[in-house]
Design a binder for this molecule. Structure first.
Ligand code: GLY
Length: 352
């Protein structure tokens, strides 16, 4: 078992290990005084993990309120959010009680936003069940729901009281979902951990994920502690996300987040090579690493379409965009560009 402590608005532990679902009750009992816990999950995760979590909570003396919504990004919306708040109010959840997010990034984002806003804020515990949520979404306090006009457009920075990352849940993930998380793992390497990239070229991550998961979380912890509210260093975590957002949007969100990020990382690296900012040998090595983890490195979408969709992303600040650009194997920098220049980056990224 490994513990990573995050010192943000408040200090909390991220615990990574096997068999941790059985400790949810005991952990929650140490986080809030009330004895009610609302467990938020989705229709993919609840059939598998709600019962053991409920048993753990009841064993620790909790009244358990399950809230299960249909799986998928399409349901991370205002409708599900308000249904959840109404349910909490109907069941008289108080500020002394808490929420538990049991699932992937969609569940974590929605639960966190509900926790941030119900009664102006109640405690919540993150229990990520995907690799992507374990290494990224569950840590650092970004909570959100999607609006009709785009992803994560309503949200809050609101840190969890703790994160319990049970590696057993990662072992049973479908291959494609595991690959999505691998894109974020490779991202950590590309923004500042060449040693991690070297390790990823040889290990069997699925068989033995603990060290790598903890290393990614510690990396994120360092960035969140420097820049909790995402005005500087934390933006490095957006490597591959700006163009990746365009890929996701062009596909009508049929291409998953991790795969879109993999494509985005490849395109921005090719653009950096073309601009003379990154040594050429980085690109084939990155493409080979992404392929090793069953991730795509190319897209058929046209540059103009990707550009238009990318512009709806919230990472813009006025007419400037802070693009995250690789400058070496295991190193990236924030590279502010006028928004209009992004089209050139995308064209170069596509090899045009
Ligand atoms: N997912 C990127 C961040 O938490 O900043």
């Amino acid at each position: 078992m490994t513990t990573v402590t995050v010192r943000a608005s408040h200090t909390y532990d991220v615990t990574i290990g096997w068999g941790l679902l059985a400790q949810v009750g005991q952990t929650a009992a140490g986080l809030w005084k009330g004895r009610t816990a609302a467990v938020v999950s989705d229709t993919n995760v609840a059939p598998r993990y709600l019962d053991p979590v409920r048993a753990s909570l009841e064993g620790a003396g909790f009244r358990v309120l399950p809230f299960v919504f249909p799986a998928g990004e399409a349901h991370k919306n205002g409708h599900t959010y308000l249904n959840l708040l109404e349910y909490l109010a109907q069941e008289h959840l108080t500020r002394a009680d808490g929420l538990i997010a049991l699932g992937g990034g969609v569940v974590g984002d929605l639960t966190g936003f509900a926790a941030a806003t119900y009664l102006r804020g109640i405690p919540f515990l993150q229990v990520p069940t995907t690799l992507l949520a374990a290494v990224d979404a569950s840590v650092g306090g970004k909570t959100a729901i999607d609006l009709e006009n785009g992803k994560n457009l309503a949200g809050a920075f609101y840190q969890p009281k703790a994160v319990l990352c049970d590696l057993d849940t990662l072992a049973t993930l479908p291959e494609a979902d595991f690959a999505d998380g691998c894109a974020e793992v490779i991202k950590y390497g590309m923004i500042g951990d060449a040693g991690l990239l070297d390790t990823l070229e040889t290990i069997d991550l699925r068989a033995d994920p603990e060290e790598v998961v903890a290393r990614c979380i510690a990396h994120k912890r360092d960035l969140v502690e420097q820049d909790e509210f995402d005005t500087g260093a934390r933006q490095l975590l957006n490597l591959g996300h700006t163009i990746g957002h365009g890929v996701e949007a062009c596909s009508g969100y049929q291409i998953s987040h991790g795969k879109a990020v993999a494509i985005g990382m490849t395109l921005v690296t090719r653009g950096a090579v073309a601009a003379g900012l990154c040594p050429p040998e980085v690109l084939p090595r990155l493409e080979a690493l992404l392929a090793r983890y069953h991730l795509p490195t190319a897209t058929d979408y046209a540059a103009a379409d990707l550009y238009e969709k990318t512009l709806s992303d919230k990472k813009r600040a006025g007419d400037t965009l802070s693009l995250v650009v690789p400058t070496a194997w295991g190193k990236s920098v924030l590279h502010p560009i006028p928004v209009g220049q992004l089209l050139t980056w995308i064209e170069r990224g596509l090899g045009q």
